[in-house]
Design a protein around this ligand. Structure first.
Ligand SMILES: [Mn+2]
Length: 282
C-alpha cells in the first residue's frame, strides 16, 4: 500500500520552482479565494516559500469573525510544506500587524519577520517586504485608510440622497460613473508612485530588487536598475511571483496556468504520460 502511494506521488506532475512568493491572501475575509490558493499549493513545489504580508486579515477578523474550513486548510498546507522541507518565511503586513509585537519568532518551522533578504539564483540581493511602509496614506495616518473604505461606502449610499436634493434645486444628476473613472485614473497614478518610491528606496539601500505586495497589483518592472516585483493578491487576480531555477522571475496568473496545466494532466492522456515516465524511470 505504501509503495503504491509513493508511486502515485512520483507520477503526479508538479510545477517546480526555486522560490514562490505570495501576498495579500486576506484569509478571514469573504473575498479571499482560498480554494484557488489551495489548488495552486497542491500543484506546486518550491525550495522556498515567502508569504509577503496580509496573509491573515486580522483587521477583518476583529470586526467580523469569518473563518471557514478552507481558510484553515491554507494555513495547514503552509505548515505542511514547512514540515516537508520547504523553507517558509512569513513577512508581516499591515492587516496582520498584530504579529509584529512578537517578532522575530518561529511558528512551527515558519520564520515570522518584518522583512528578509532573498539571495537569488543569480546571486542578486532582493529585499522582501510587504510594502505598507511606502504607502503615503498608511504612513501618515493608519486610521485614515480604514476610514477611507467606510467613507466610500457611505458616499455610494449618499449618492441617492445627493441627487434627490440636486433635483429639488434644479441641478443635474451628480455622476457617480464620472467620479469612479476619476478614482481609477488616480489609482493608476497612485500605483506608479508607490512602485517608484519603493524602487528608489531599493536603489538607496543598494538592493538589486524589491519584492513586495500590498497594492494588489502584480508587477515585474525595472526602475532605474532596480527590479520592482509585486506578488499581486488572492482576492481578485490570484497571482504569485515565482523564481525559476535559471534565476528568472515570473508572474503566474493561476486562472490561466491552471487551465493549461490541469487540463493537460487530468484527462485521459494521463495514463500515456505515466507510461512514458515509467519507461524513462526503468
Ligand atoms: Mn497590505
Amino acid at each position: 500500500m505504501q509503495i503504491e502511494l509513493k508511486k502515485k506521488d512520483l507520477m503526479k506532475p508538479i510545477l517546480k520552482y526555486k522560490s514562490i512568493f505570495i501576498s495579500d491572501v486576506h484569509l478571514g475575509t469573504k473575498g479571499c479565494q482560498a480554494d484557488k490558493l489551495l489548488e495552486f499549493f497542491k500543484n506546486t513545489r518550491s525550495e522556498k516559500l515567502y508569504c509577503v504580508g496580509d496573509i491573515i486579515d486580522v483587521w477583518a477578523l476583529q470586526k467580523n469573525f469569518y473563518w471557514p474550513q478552507e481558510h484553515n486548510d491554507v494555513i495547514q498546507k503552509i505548515l505542511r510544506k514547512a514540515r516537508h522541507g520547504t523553507e517558509v518565511y512569513y513577512v508581516i503586513g499591515n492587516h496582520d500587524e498584530v504579529f509584529r509585537k512578537f517578532i522575530p519568532m518561529h511558528f512551527g518551522q515558519i520564520k515570522m519577520i518584518n522583512r528578509v533578504i532573498h539571495q537569488s539564483v543569480l546571486n542578486k540581493k532582493y529585499l522582501v517586504v510587504h510594502g505598507d511602509a511606502w504607502d503615503g496614506v498608511m504612513r501618515y495616518a493608519k486610521w485614515l485608510s480604514k476610514l477611507g473604505a467606510i467613507a466610500y461606502e457611505m458616499l455610494l449610499k449618499l449618492n441617492v440622497v445627493i441627487n434627490f436634493f440636486r433635483r429639488l434645486r434644479g441641478k443635474g444628476q451628480w455622476s457617480l460613473a464620472k467620479f469612479l473613472k476619476y478614482k481609477v485614473k488616480n489609482a493608476v497614478k497612485y500605483m506608479g508612485e508607490y512602485e517608484k518610491t519603493i524602487a528608489e528606496y531599493g536603489k538607496k539601500k543598494k538592493f538589486d530588487g524589491i519584492i513586495c505586495g500590498h497594492i494588489h497589483h502584480a508587477q515585474n518592472e525595472n526602475y532605474d536598475g532596480v527590479n520592482y516585483l509585486n506578488c499581486g493578491d488572492w482576492v481578485e487576480s490570484c497571482t504569485a511571483l515565482v523564481e525559476n531555477f535559471d534565476g528568472t522571475f515570473e508572474i503566474i496568473y493561476w486562472d490561466k496556468l491552471r487551465e493549461e496545466f490541469l487540463d493537460n494532466h487530468n484527462n485521459s492522456d494521463k495514463e500515456v504520460i505515466e507510461a512514458q515516465d515509467l519507461k524513462k524511470a526503468s
